[in-house]
Design a binder for this molecule. Structure first.
Ligand SMILES: [Zn+2]
Ligand SMILES: [Zn+2]
Length: 277
């Protein structure tokens, strides 16, 4: 199984140089053999996927109208869906894109993205290629051999965390969550090989009520849930490379000080990264 990170920033894109972490917003591609890609969120990173030769979207199937993909939608804030109206494979008849989320009105929300006040091509152009599936929280379901469960998170407007399991591996994506306001016990993270967790802020920049977290929150929960590798995600677009490197160093120092016995590995999610799981 492979993970490709096409976008790791949160809130909005950034183009300030140098930018070794990338400027695109959330989009993660999970690949497993010949099955269609499983995509978490359609931030601006999705546009990058079709130019990345390691992505399954690079295949000519998506140009010929023979491509498929499954999307897990954490929520519909702009930074997580904004790439859809400009994603070329959506406009090719014959392609099939399945969108999974607990939001019963997901199609209505997507229709807004194509509203002629904001975008020139009507939603009906892409509608035949799009299929919507409303799923239930905390109820496992299967997509092409992946076992998937979603969990509600604290975030303005509500967001969902996804736990994706194959026979031998567990990946969890928990972006856009204010951990201090979470009610649940984080069983969703239990034993994950890789967990992406929101770490938008330095602790001193943390803004209660904005729906995000900082690295101390992410580390505490990853340690408790015995996660093997934590990828800090939803990187703040206002932070420079230098600040993000400092953020990681502080996170590692915090891990050593507060959880000295933990084997947890902590890294920053980074655009362009390919991880063998
Ligand atoms: Zn976001
Ligand atoms: Zn959000």
């Amino acid at each position: 199984m492979k993970l490709l990170i096409h976008g790791a920033r949160g809130s909005f894109t950034t183009n300030s140089a140098p930018n070794n972490f990338g400027g695109h917003t959330t989009c993660i591609e999970i690949q497993n053999g010949d099955t269609p890609p499983l995509i978490i969120d359609a931030g601006t990173g999705l546009g990058e996927a079709i130019r990345n030769k390691h992505s399954l979207f690079y295949s000519s199937a998506y140009i010929k109208g023979d491509g498929q993909a499954n999307f897990l939608v954490t929520h519909t804030h702009w930074d997580h869906v904004i790439a859809l109206p400009t994603f070329a494979p959506l406009f090719v008849p014959g392609n099939e894109f399945h969108f999974y989320s607990p939001f019963e009105d997901l199609e209505d929300r997507f229709r807004v993205l194509f509203d002629k006040r904001f975008f020139p091509v009507p939603y009906d152009t892409v509608k035949p290629q799009l299929h919507f599936h409303t799923i239930k929280e905390e109820e496992e379901f299967e997509i092409d051999g992946y076992k998937v469960t979603c969990f509600e998170q604290y975030h303005p407007g509500t967001s969902y965390r996804y736990r994706v399991e194959t026979k031998s591996k567990i990946i969890v994506v928990a972006t856009d969550v204010e951990i201090t306001k979470e009610k649940q016990d984080w069983k969703s993270l239990k034993g994950a090989d890789i967990a992406f967790i929101d770490a938008h802020y330095f602790p001193e920049d943390f803004k209660p009520g904005f729906g995000h977290s900082h690295f101390q929150h992410a580390i505490d929960h990853a340690v408790k849930a015995e996660v093997a590798k934590l990828l800090l995600c939803h990187l703040n677009p206002e932070y420079s490379d230098k600040q993000l490197e400092i953020q990681l160093q502080r996170a590692l120092k915090y891990l050593k000080k507060e959880h000295s016995d933990s084997p947890l590995i902590v890294e920053m999610a980074c655009q362009g990264q390919i991880i063998d799981v």
